[in-house]
Design a binder for this molecule. Structure first.
Ligand SMILES: [Zn+2]
Length: 331
């Protein structure tokens, strides 16, 4: 599919969302008017008063214009009182757009809104619906109690104190995203919450209006390969490739689970290095140990990772089993 077709599909999607939001607002208004006829009258009088005030101003009739504006003020006061009495707030009749920035138009000042870019990201890269996952896995549902507070490991930390430190680093990463350039690498055994924390970070940054590209390692490499060698059958290949480098945040989950070749190794270097040069933050998670990383990937990749990423080690017992079989211990 050509780029134009992809863009058109997203524009249609936006138009649909916009229409839905506006229809819902209209329905709320109609219902409130039906329940409260005086509210309906006041609203209609207010609209008329505003219109005639504008006309009077235009025709230079200042005295009557002022009078009409005072009337409009009174009507507005009455409307607000009626709304308040009905337990409705001021924006009850406003359309609740998905994107407050562009009101689901997709463009701001002739440029793609970040919500448009995020829709492109979702279209090209999301296998699973990340929206559903991050509703369940986010900072407010992250539970330290699944991590043991003993035994103490050689670094003087328990699994729980270690994860507490890591959580602090993740919050520092998201809270200071715009002012502090940071990259994180989560490593350690499976089932210790690495993917969960990737989801927490993704949600926090999407909520903050950033474009987030979240992919597993196998998927990103497969994608890059297709984009290089099968361009003609891809939707907007240049946009897709560009996204990997230009997304505000790139999260690569499960590095090391991909089928590794000389080619993937070169691509990984390009991605990591390219984003470092552009000062675009990334988060990588891997089940490999640091030793494994060094044996699987080239020196230049490993040196970039060690130089520019905070290496955060996860350890302890698999918490997925605990979640499955036991409720967390009370504090
Ligand atoms: Zn927008």
């Amino acid at each position: 599919m050509e780029r134009g077709a992809v863009y058109n599909a997203i524009r249609r999607e936006l138009a649909q969302d916009r229409m839905n939001a506006e229809r819902a607002a209209r329905e709320r208004r109609e219902k409130a008017y039906a329940d409260n006829p005086r509210l309906s009258e006041v609203a209609s009088d207010l609209a008329k008063a505003c219109l005639s005030a504008a006309k009077l101003v235009a025709s230079g009739n200042e005295k009557d214009a002022k009078k009409t504006m005072r009337l409009a003020d009174d009507l507005r006061t009455e409307r607000d009182a009626l709304l308040k009495a009905a337990g409705l707030n001021g924006d009850y009749f406003e359309a609740a757009y998905k994107c407050g920035v562009c009101k689901d138009v997709g463009y701001v000042d002739g440029r793609k809104c970040r919500c448009f870019v995020q829709r492109l990201v979702r279209r090209f890269y999301s296998a699973a619906n990340i929206g559903d996952i991050i509703e369940a896995e986010n900072f407010s549902t992250f539970d330290l109690r699944y991590y043991d507070d003993a035994p103490v490991y050689e670094n003087g930390k328990t699994p729980q104190s270690a994860i507490q430190d890591i959580l602090g680093r993740c919050l520092d990463f998201t809270d200071n995203f715009d002012v502090k350039f940071q990259n994180l690498l989560f490593y350690g055994d499976t089932g210790l919450g690495k993917t969960f924390l990737c989801n927490c970070i993704a949600k926090r940054m999407i909520d903050a209006g950033k474009t987030v590209l979240y992919v597993t390692a196998p998927r990103i490499f497969k994608k890059i390969e297709e984009l290089r060698f099968n361009r003609d059958n891809m939707e907007a290949p240049d946009d897709q490739l560009d996204m990997i480098y230009s997304a505000d945040l790139l999260i690569i989950d499960d590095l090391g689970s991909e089928f590794s070749t000389i080619l993937t190794s070169a691509e990984l270097f390009n991605v990591i290095n390219g984003r470092l040069l552009e000062k675009k933050p990334s988060v990588i998670s891997t089940n490999l140990s640091l030793n494994d990383l060094q044996s699987v990937y080239s020196d230049r990749i490993v040196s970039r990772l060690f130089g520019a990423y905070s290496m955060l080690r996860f350890f302890g017992d698999d918490i997925r089993l605990k979640k499955k079989y036991a409720a967390p211990k009370a504090r």
